[in-house]
Design a binder for this molecule. Sequence first.
Ligand SMILES: [Zn+2]
Length: 646
Amino acid sequence: MDRMHELCKKLNQWAYEYYVLDDPSVSDREYDRYYDELRELERESGVVLPESPTRRVGGEPVKGFERHAHIARLYSLDKAVTEDELDAFFTRVNKAGDATYTVEYKYDGLTVCLTYEGGDFVRATTRGNGVEGEDVTAQALTVPSFPLKISYPGTLEVRGEAVIRLSVLEAYNAAHPEEPLKNARNAAAGAIRNLDPKITRTRKPEILFYDVNYMSEQPVSSQTEATEFLRREGFKVFPYFRVCRTPEEVKEAIDEIEVGRRTLDVLTDGAVVKVNEEEIRAEMGATDKFPRWAIAYKFEAEEAESTVLRVVWQVGRTGKLTPLAEIEPVELAGATVKRATLNNYGDLTRKDVKIRSRVLVCRSNEVIPKILGVVKHAEGSVPVEKPAVCPFCGSAVRETGANLFCSNEACPPRIIQKLTHYCSKNAADVEGMSEATIALLFEKRGVKRFSDLYALKSSDLEGLEGFKSKKISNLLASLENSKNLPLDRFLYAIGIEGIGRVAARDLAAFGSVEAVAALTREELVAVDNVGEVTANSVTAYFADEENRAEIERLFACGVRPYVRKKPAGGAFAGQSVVLTGTLASMSRPEAQKRIEALGGECQSAVSGKTTLVVAGEKAGSKLEKAKKLNVPVIGEEEFLKMLQES
Ligand SMILES: [Zn+2]
């Protein structure tokens, strides 16, 4: 028996060196000699130790997968595809505390959960619906890159992604031309979810570990600690792992990943950003689907390389100067791309984009493709000059952080962009009102304000180039249609600085434009996706007489923002609830889930909008604030009663 333990220990150490560290210290022959000896001893004694590498051969095919419940729920992640959504995430985090972030690759394979008890590997399951998954222990056992024995003494669930390396997939397909595997993600899922473990083995999946899901003892208190723990216990962890202190650093890391992933042997489709500290995670909680403290930033699938020919500057609706690169035409997602943008001046210098630089371009959710980064500089690459004055109107340029702004409110492209934004699909959605049409109306008919659009008559449009009677009647009809629009789209359309679609939805919950205009700075900051800077810009917007007059004019034209209907019912219907302190009977995410299931909405901070506070043990400043604002407070007992009654 001692000899068997000794052999297992040696063999597992060598397998770890080979598969995890990629640094073998013995020859295959040496390994095989020990392995054969172990097999012989196992045959003689009829005993197979739990950590024995012979378990990895792959057992008999199974009839079906048994379902198995995870100890802790395996959440999937909320997704961000635009910068706006990413910024909304940072705003939410900022409110919960002074967090740092971790940024990792997001692998595109099959999520698996491994369970250990008393140091032994006992089970592998797929994520399934997050609550329970399929038992794939026999299949996972054929994967050599995780330990069968660890030093952690308690019950443990770790999370990883089963993947098949692109090179492995290529080799497999070359060897099986009659039945090639379609892509790496399907191949990984197909390998792990194969009823015959021997087939799993031939596909050579591996598991990259990235998180701890449950620890019965001494739980880790941050993502950094979780990653260190996984490494220490011999799990294969991907080397890229960045800790960032600011949103800017996170964006830099995301760009790094977006460029770096192209040369990776593993299929990835994004970056995962998490709040590092467990304490802040607990404060933020979860929705019924996702943890609120993490987000997956998804990349576009289509990318291409091109060369920068020259850079021109565009002026946006806020006056922001955006660098637009003219590039050598390149095919991308079925279209010929000739121009690509960068976020701002800071982005241009940070990515070090120069004239003649070879760059990586992707089609994003925005209309114009984006430059991800420089692949390489050419000889004689020329830096882009920083504009001293606005290239359109010659006004002075103001520099704020990474951005340059034209200081002239009446700068023509600025007005055209404001109107274009108002008419865009997610705003007032005026069909057929393109940027070119708006530019024409601005130039020939002096259209400057949103309300000027609604004052247009058929006689105003007649005689304009390309305006036939059909086009005129269509355009007037879509203007008429756009008058009836949801409040959130209206708030987004009028272009308050910092109010994207996410924050606009939050503000629309107040029920009317007047109610939003009446919010104080403090009340605004208490809104989920509104930070201090945005709160200031909202109050400044409504304090401006011209803005208020324009809203009045829009109303006079017949623009009628309406509130989207919410599903009714449940004990917490219509309530804005804040949880504080610790509940003995359930975790905060669980409580939040149940409140939301009963029609309530959970907020992270107490504000004038809060209608109920549920206070557990050790409730702190939130409870005090609730008392100050005369918000009803209930304890755990009463809370449970409300849950039971429904
Ligand atoms: Zn200008």
